[in-house]
Write a protein that binds this ligand. Structure first.
Ligand SMILES: [Zn+2]
Length: 107
């Protein structure tokens, strides 16, 4: 799946440029270039096969190692200490809130 530059900027920035799983700092320009330092990919927080949406709210930045280890698994299976079982929204684990008019405050 191809992401636009805008998509990638959104995914990267809302996690403050860090892997959502291990917290390592990533380099924006190393996207999908695993031979470069601090390379990263877009991960579906909830895998599509588990009903995750192919939508920005389900996209998170993951370093290539975490992406490989997580595979198609669920976040709380991959890192049970970090993610609450059944928590399908990555927002609370991200450092930055989603910017812009789509950010509906309050619920
Ligand atoms: Zn990582």
């Amino acid at each position: 799946m191809a992401y636009t530059d805008e998509d990638l900027a959104f995914v990267f920035n809302r996690a403050s440029g860090k892997c959502i799983y291990c917290g390592d700092a990533l380099i924006r320009e190393s996207y999908e270039q695993p031979w470069k330092p601090r390379a990263w990919e877009v991960d579906h927080f909830i895998p599509l096969a588990n009903g995750g949406a192919d939508q920005p709210e389900n996209w998170v930045p993951a370093c290539v190692n975490c992406k490989a280890f997580k595979g198609g698994g669920l976040p709380w299976e991959f890192l049970p200490g970090r993610f609450k079982q059944g928590e399908r929204d990555p927002q609370s684990y991200l450092a930055a809130k989603k910017p812009g008019p789509e950010n509906v405050a309050g619920e």
